[in-house]
Design a protein around this ligand. Structure first.
Ligand SMILES: Cc1ncc(COP(=O)(O)O)c(C=O)c1O
Length: 376
């Protein structure tokens, strides 16, 4: 199996695995306990927090550990909105479901939400966001890099609009942090979502960057962990793993970018050569170095993925509901027809892929696509 689905999740780095395993054995105490075992676990968490903070250039006290991207996004959106009884939120049509469905939940409670459109290149419209701002807008939330197309969003400009109007700005950086340099000084963000398993850390652990003095209310209730924002005994080994993954990402960033970009471009050029009519979704330059969203003319992505399932791990730009394929909301928002969206496949390479694997995968994919009648 050649694994080309690194935007869904990444394999755990061996250095991360060793660090997690040692922590599971060593950190036996509850970090809230006052005895030596508790103190040791607290120190372990502090080290992990410092490593996460270093990757994004913030203070360790600005990091709140969560269970992952879904929770960080929900905490940002609900935790900002629920401080008031009503209000307005601006987001985009191409967000992850953990943002869109949190916004829809707020609509059901009487809040209003504007979903800014995206253009054909996959960029969220800055102009639409500027025009959507109202007196009661309490939050703007727009992702940094899109999970399907990899397109990098103009978050510095969008954050600038929020800053001018003294509105909180959240960005879901689940797909970008660890894959490309991105620090809290690159955009005026109040809140930023980070996800460990997208950059070779363990699953089930994430973080939320909360800029100092950003008003936020918890969405879970319990004891006072994580500055009262996220109660519950900390996932100590998960934090160790995420911290280690951040440390390695910082160390290996340049190498990872050039390696993945080279493989991604090779994959696309071989596929284009072998299958007539294959085309790219989203802007060719302003995207993550590892992501390829492509249309295979004349076939259904789900049929291709089914054929590939034991040899190449890829993902459809669409979600499958009860056997029906539903065109991707992201690709539809970019103006693709249902047929084009349904024929799109996401291939996302990672640091562990090799040139040999990519060439082999391109061969397997093109044979499968040809068997399904693509490009004929
Ligand atoms: C952009 C984006 N946001 C949020 C998430 C949710 O992360 P998790 O599954 O860890 O909750 C993902 C994961 O697919 C993602 O790609």
């Amino acid at each position: 199996m050649i694994y080309l689905d690194n935007n869904a999740t990444t394999p755990v780095d061996p250095e991360v695995y060793d660090a997690v395993f040692s922590s599971l054995k060593r950190d036996i105490g509850n970090p809230s306990s006052s005895h030596a075992a508790g103190l040791r676990a607290r120190e372990t968490i502090a080290r992990g927090r410092a490593q996460v903070a270093e990757l994004i250039g913030c203070g360790p006290e600005e990091i709140v550990f969560t269970s992952g991207g879904t929770e960080s996004n929900n905490l940002s959106i609900l935790g900002t909105a629920l401080r008031q009884e009503k209000g307005h939120i601006i987001t985009s049509a191409i967000e992850h479901p953990s943002v869109l469905n949190a916004c829809r939940h707020l609509e059901s409670l009487g809040y209003s939400v504007t979903y800014a459109p995206a253009d054909a290149d996959g960029f969220v419209s800055v102009d639409a966001i500027r025009k959507a701002v109202r007196r009661d807008t309490l939050l703007i939330t727009v992702m940094h890099a899109n999970n399907e197309t990899g397109v990098i969003q103009p978050v510095a400009e969008i954050g600038g609009i929020a800053q001018e109007q003294a509105i909180a700005f959240h960005t879901d950086a689940a797909q970008s942090v660890g894959k490309m340099p991105f620090s809290v000084s690159d955009a005026p963000v109040s809140l930023m979502t980070l996800v460990s398993h997208k950059f070779y850390g363990p699953k089930g652990i994430g973080a939320l960057y909360v800029r100092k003095e950003t008003p936020l209310t918890p969405i879970l209730f319990g004891a006072g962990h994580e500055q009262g924002l996220r109660p519950g005994t900390e996932n100590v080994a998960g934090i160790v793993g995420m911290g280690k993954a951040c440390q390695i990402a910082l160390r290996d960033m340049k190498l990872r970018i050039s390696h993945t970009r080279g493989l991604r471009d090779l994959l696309f050029s071989v596929l284009k050569e072998k299958i007539p009519g294959v085309s790219l979704n989203g802007h060719a330059a302003h995207r993550l170095p590892n992501t390829l969203s492509i249309r295979f003319p004349g076939i259904r992505a789900l049929d291709l993925i089914e054929r590939l399932k034991d040899s190449v791990a890829a993902s459809a730009g669409s979600a499958c509901h009860a056997g029906r394929d539903v065109p991707s909301a992201v690709l539809k928002a970019m103006g693709l027809t249902d047929d084009d969206a349904l024929s799109s496949v996401r291939l996302s390479v990672g640091k562990d892929n090799t040139e040999e694997e990519v060439r082999e995968a391109a061969g397997i994919i093109s044979l499968a696509a040809a068997a399904l009648g693509s490009g004929q």
